[in-house]
Design a protein around this ligand. Structure first.
Ligand code: MN
Length: 250
């Protein structure tokens, strides 16, 4: 099995190395990852300039650094290395739960694989201002998850999130969409000029069965995703209308 590994924290992230070390047990591994941090790059690809792909040194794994986004890395990696079976992305330093999935470069790396007709699995772990994830503790859990997911060929895209403590189990979850946790924080630079930070605020309440709920309860969250953004219920309704514009607003 050929396993391509990417991330959005950059090729030298300890989370990527931890994932590569786990993945080696399951197949042939190569790393194609951004040369600098690309967090929140989402699904963007670089179309305005050419890309470079340079061999780099990571312990025990063939690795390349790309001056592009996670999606660029997967596009480039799968064209330079043929017959990739699955793309693993992460382990991200920071959760990718709920609506954050839209911004996540980690998930985008995995989703790029799904768009290419391959399989993708994204891994994220929470971090705080003071503490990064303990990848040594998470590695056995990443291994358990991979063992199950690599066999489940019908799952083409899965978003995996670890809790902030040692997990006590694994839960299948749905994406929580009730709250948006993004926020704009105004501040001033040293010259007194106004600038803005985009940041994340804690979400107060969570719904049972969601990704956010699972990690709060100390579980590893696994959310199967689809590429189809269509709102199927609405589509069914509007298709039943006599003419396409016969929407009722009263
Ligand atoms: Mn990141």
């Amino acid at each position: 099995m050929r396993i391509l590994i990417t991330n959005d924290d950059g090729v030298y992230s300890p989370g990527l190395l931890a994932l590569a070390e786990v993945a080696r047990k399951f197949g042939e591994v190569r790393v194609f990852a951004p040369d600098v941090e690309m967090s929140s790059a989402a699904q963007s690809i670089t179309a305005s300039r050419p890309l470079s792909c340079k061999a780099t040194l990571l312990p025990g794994v063939t690795a390349f650094r790309v001056n592009g986004t996670p999606s660029d890395c997967v596009m480039l990696g799968t064209s330079l290395w043929e017959k990739v079976d699955v793309v693993l992305s992460g382990i991200n330093i920071g959760s990718n739960l709920g609506n954050a999935m839209w911004h996540s470069g980690t998930l985008a790396g995995a989703r790029q694989a799904a768009m290419l007709g391959l399989r993708g699995i994204a891994f994220s772990a929470p971090s705080t201002e003071h503490a990064q994830p303990d990848f040594r503790l998470l590695k056995p859990w990443a291994s358990t998850v991979l063992e199950a997911l690599l066999k489940a060929r019908e799952l083409t895209l899965v978003n995996v999130n670890f809790p902030d403590k040692l997990p006590h189990g694994i839960q299948w979850t749905r994406q929580s969409v009730r709250h948006y946790d993004g926020k704009v924080v105004p501040a001033k630079d040293p010259m007194g000029r106004r600038h803005y930070w985009f940041t994340v605020i804690p979400v107060e309440s969570t719904d049972e069965g969601t990704d956010r709920w699972a990690v709060e309860e100390g579980y590893v969250s696994m959310t199967p995703l689809s590429l189809d953004l269509t709102e199927h219920k609405q589509l069914e309704k509007v298709r039943k209308l006599e003419t396409w514009e016969a929407l009722s607003f009263h």
